[in-house]
Design a protein. Structure first.
Length: 105
């Protein structure tokens, strides 16, 4: 018969590692997301200014099709999410750490 702490010790390790890892990833993602948002926003403003001045013409239908195509490519991420969540102690603590890290940034 297994002693309770022999069972809980590996689970506690997974929870701790998952929480710290999730926090670090969430914090980094939020910082990166801010930089990417600024770059995309400035790029969009530049394109709109050039279109306003008549220097370029933006094909909004082609742009919309391209964005929809990009969103369609994200379907494969569901299997990755299922793999992470199948390891409940690590996955749950990672998600909580990710949330906290994202909020703290």
């Amino acid at each position: 018969m297994a002693v309770p702490w022999e069972i809980l010790t590996p689970v506690a390790g997974e929870v701790g590692i998952g929480a710290v890892g999730g926090f670090l990833v969430g914090y980094a993602l939020k910082k990166i997301a801010k930089v990417v948002a600024v770059i995309l926003g400035l790029g969009f403003l530049i394109l709109q200014y050039l279109a306003y001045k008549g220097i370029i013409v933006i094909n909004y239908d082609a742009l919309q099709d391209w964005v929809l195509h990009l969103l369609g490519l994200t379907e494969g991420t569901q299997s990755t999410l299922v793999d992470i969540l199948s390891h409940i102690p690590f996955g749950a603590s990672f998600a909580l750490g990710l949330y906290i890290g994202f909020k703290r940034a």
